[in-house]
Design a protein. Structure first.
Length: 169
């Protein structure tokens, strides 16, 4: 209970946000049986004619083509390449909008790191894998304990005071 001499704090703002959502796109194509048959025949042929570049990885018993597959000139590869390019044309701008911006940095800010294990792999320019929240008087931040976080060192004038806690419920 607060003493009568202390002004009671009141909520002035609340933000509930989803950090690091995984933008997922699924596109289904109709009438793809003919193309799929041609692609299957081509891949079986390539499996016999070329080396499997990843024989001991997650595709054990399968075939992993080299990285130049989409540069091949077969009509079925050209058709597949067009479908992929059309999907990427729609997906990439949405991915960049959702994931890429220059995060603010400020001494004493708390930094949250993208918890997805491979999120830092093959990053695109300005892709956000860290979010910083600048400290201000009266700000409370709640997040699950597993959300990786750190505090950017404060080297400025004055004192930065933060009271951290774990809530068990």
């Amino acid at each position: 209970m607060l003493s009568d001499t202390i002004e009671r704090p009141h909520v002035s703002n609340t933000v509930v946000a989803s950090h690091f959502p995984t933008l997922f796109m699924m596109r289904e194509h109709a009438n793809c049986g003919g193309l799929n048959e041609k692609l299957a025949r081509l891949m079986l042929r390539l499996e016999k004619e070329t080396a499997n570049i990843a024989p001991a990885t997650s595709n054990i018993g399968g075939y992993h083509s080299d990285t130049t597959l989409f540069s091949r000139q077969e009509p079925e590869i050209a058709a597949l390449r067009e479908l992929v390019q059309a999907a990427l044309h729609e997906y990439v701008p949405k991915f960049l909008e959702a994931n890429c911006h220059a995060p603010p940095t400020k001494e004493g800010a708390i930094m949250f790191v993208d918890p997805r294990p491979r999120a830092h792999m093959n990053r695109v320019q300005n892709q956000t894998t860290e979010i910083t929240v600048n400290p201000t008087a009266g700000k409370m931040i709640l997040f699950p304990a597993y959300y990786e976080h750190a505090v950017i060192p404060f080297r400025g004038n004055g004192v930065r005071t933060c009271i951290a806690f774990n809530a068990n419920f």
